[in-house]
Design a protein around this ligand. Structure first.
Ligand code: ZN
Length: 83
């Protein structure tokens, strides 16, 4: 896979940076709700088994995108397979 891309705005060579894949506050909220269920509602604690891992994935997932050093425009990488 090519590690070189041209900026569509200014034609400069773009570099790769890592950014948050999902909305971090959403991940933090899921983790907080998961803990709340775990502590406050023993019956619903089973829900936290779903919410906590999901929240952690949302919170910590990163993706690589192209970033132009000249004009700071960001471009999604073209992935051959979805993940
Ligand atoms: Zn550019």
């Amino acid at each position: 896979m090519s590690k070189i891309a041209k900026c569509t705005h200014c034609g400069d060579n773009m570099g790769i940076i890592r950014v948050d894949k999902y909305n971090r506050p959403h991940g933090a909220a899921l983790i907080a709700i998961g803990f709340l269920f775990l502590i406050a509602l023993p019956v619903e604690a089973i829900l936290s088994l779903v919410l906590l891992p999901f929240g952690i994935v949302v919170f910590f997932s990163k993706k690589e995108v192209w970033c132009c050093p000249s004009c700071s425009s960001i471009a999604e990488m073209a992935h051959k397979k979805l993940n």
